[in-house]
Ligand binder design. Structure first.
Ligand code: 6GU
Length: 236
């Protein structure tokens, strides 16, 4: 059964987590809220303890080989994933992990074209490797630093995918000019007043000359990228 949005299909994201509260708020504001209200995005958060191995809600255990830190067990995760698999086909099962592929705009662009995405949030020392081998299709990290769990990373991923779904942003073109969309940083922006404490808005932006404005913005984008992120220019 397909439901159509303007250019494609509604995106559904299922997130498996031991801390669903951490994910709920980011989905209930601003652009993610609007995307869901417009019916372009559906985010379902699943509490992993629903599939716990015992009445105490256990979902993790000591690691084989010893060492500090618990590991999330196979059984609750496998049951949760398989319950969702029984309901629909997933284009990707993404595990959020610091040893995953680094999230970049091009990954978000390609994920924004998918229909059903599952995300798994790890905690403690992570999830049993066998779940990664047998169910996970993509592993994503949001940067070279360690978070205490995958939830904040999943929220980042949902946000950067969700805003790319056609129809989510008010001005369809605005995502096209984001930083990184063409491997360039965005130019500086200004709003009223023209003069704040003697700090002036650049003349080009006040010129009303669209060609001049575009030239100025392109120059500033390039300058910013050269100064701050020269690596982006080598990736062209
Ligand atoms: Cl995806 N998870 C955790 N726990 N830490 C991270 C991360 C993900 N990405 C960067 N650090």
């Amino acid at each position: 059964m397909l439901s159509f949005r303007g250019w494609g299909i509604i995106m559904r994201i299922d997130i498996i987590s031991v801390l669903p509260e951490l994910l709920e708020s980011p989905m209930q504001h601003s652009i993610m809220k609007r995307a869901q209200e417009k019916g372009l995005l559906k985010v379902h958060i699943h509490y992993l303890r629903k599939w716990a191995v015992n009445e105490y809600g256990q979902v993790d255990d000591y690691q084989y080989g010893g060492g500090a830190g618990m590991v999330m067990m196979c059984e609750p995760l496998a049951k949760a994933i398989e319950e969702l698999f029984a309901e629909r086909n997933y284009d990707e099962v993404i595990y959020l992990t610091p040893d995953g592929e680094m999230l970049e705009q091009k990954i978000a662009n390609s994920l924004s074209l998918k229909e059903n995405i599952m995300m798994i949030c790890g905690h403690y020392k992570g999830i049993d490797e066998r779940i990664r081998e047998h169910f996970v299709t993509k592993e994503i990290s949001i940067g070279n630093y360690v978070l205490s769990g995958g939830e904040l990373a999943a929220a980042v991923l949902v946000d950067c995918i969700g805003r790319l779904i056609p129809g989510v942003l008010n001005d369809e073109t605005s995502a096209l000019f984001d930083s990184f969309q063409d491997n360039l940083l965005a130019p500086p922006v200004y709003t009223r007043p023209e003069d704040f404490r003697g700090w002036k808005v650049p003349d080009a932006l006040l010129s009303g000359n669209h060609r001049l404005i575009e030239e100025w913005r392109n120059e500033q984008s390039l300058k910013r990228t050269r100064e701050r992120r020269p690596g982006l220019l080598e990736n062209q």
